[in-house]
Design a protein around this ligand. Sequence first.
Ligand SMILES: Nc1ncnc2c1ncn2[C@@H]1O[C@H](COP(=O)(O)OP(=O)(O)O)[C@@H](O)[C@H]1O
Ligand code: SF4
Ligand SMILES: [Mg+2]
Length: 368
Amino acid sequence: MTTSGSPGSTGPVTSADSPAPAATVAPEPAATSPAADATSAEPLLSASGLHVTFPGRHGAAPARAVDGVDLDIKPGEIVALVGESGCGKTTLARSLLGLVPPTSGRITFGGRPLDYSARGLKKYRKRVQLVLQDPSGSLNPRHTVYDAVAEGLRIHGYPGDERAAVADALARAGLRPPERFFLRYPHELSGGQRQRVVIAGALVLDPELIVADEPVASLDASVRGEILALLLRLRTELGLAALVVTHDLGLAWNIADRVAVMYLGRIVETGDVEQILTAPRHPYTQALLSVLPEAGGDEIVLTGEPPDPSRVPRGCRFHARCQVLAGGEAERVGVADACRTRDLPVLDGGGASQVACHWAEALGASAR
Ligand SMILES: Nc1ncnc2c1ncn2[C@@H]1O[C@H](COP(=O)(O)OP(=O)(O)O)[C@@H](O)[C@H]1O
Ligand code: SF4
Ligand SMILES: [Mg+2]
């Protein structure tokens, strides 16, 4: 299995003066996307004050996997949710899909609170589809491509022409001519083709939003770019919004309009992809970016324990690992005590650029 990708492996869609490599394979710049018109639109999906806490086993403290998240996704917008493994991305994504009920907070879709009844969730899952990270795991090896894609139609009692709908979804996912794939089995396909079948299975229900959890993590670098280009094309052609969950900031670069950086259950920085990737303000975002091959500067190696959601520290939740605090820069602007003791507010879920960091706030204030 291939591990993380990079902007270099798939090609950036950012402008030429960003610190990304010159090769560009993605189909078009974000500036011409429908999301550009969506900046003032009402959010399609919105989470506010979301908490998901798992009970601790054998007397252990509960795990605050999602610990106060506000997040809006507008029609046609592609938001990348990034952060290290274990920071709560999958739990947040599953909660947005109604698969994990929030411990507190709420989720609305199209302005209405999610209906957690079996019927309500079935209806919801037609409009918001999940694309999983491992296409071989999410396809039944004994089902043909046709049956895999038709499954959703059957669950939802699709009244139209099933064969035409399956063919259309496969074609939209780039499997052409679709009929050639109908009777194939997953093991007869390449990894990229299997991921396209999974995407076709999501598209067949005409969703308004897809949630893709690490959609290309298990693919070779050569096909990763194709799948990302497909997701971008679906947004352009169908106005599909997407939440793309990834541990890889390089991937976000290739696809997202907006990035939300998650650390230990919270979003710690969010904003336009260009701004986050060229001028990150949160020390954690800066550290994540520093390890990309294109970053150029010194790699920032994070010290300290990996985050544990059953032991969220007081003050800034990143303080035990923060290079800015450890290096004395927080002290120099007079916020070191605040870093250790003063919690930071939950960031607003909308598109504005925001950061949850005492030091970045202090620098911003002195620059104003
Ligand atoms: N069902 C569960 N029960 C208990 N803890 C869980 C459960 N699911 C996830 N967690 C914990 O929540 C944290 C976040 O996990 P996850 O959402 O999978 O993170 P990510 O997708 O960012 O890797 C982890 O510490 C994980 O161990
Ligand atoms: S608030 Fe302080 S400890 Fe937290 S990220 Fe900012 S500088 Fe580092
Ligand atoms: Mg995950």
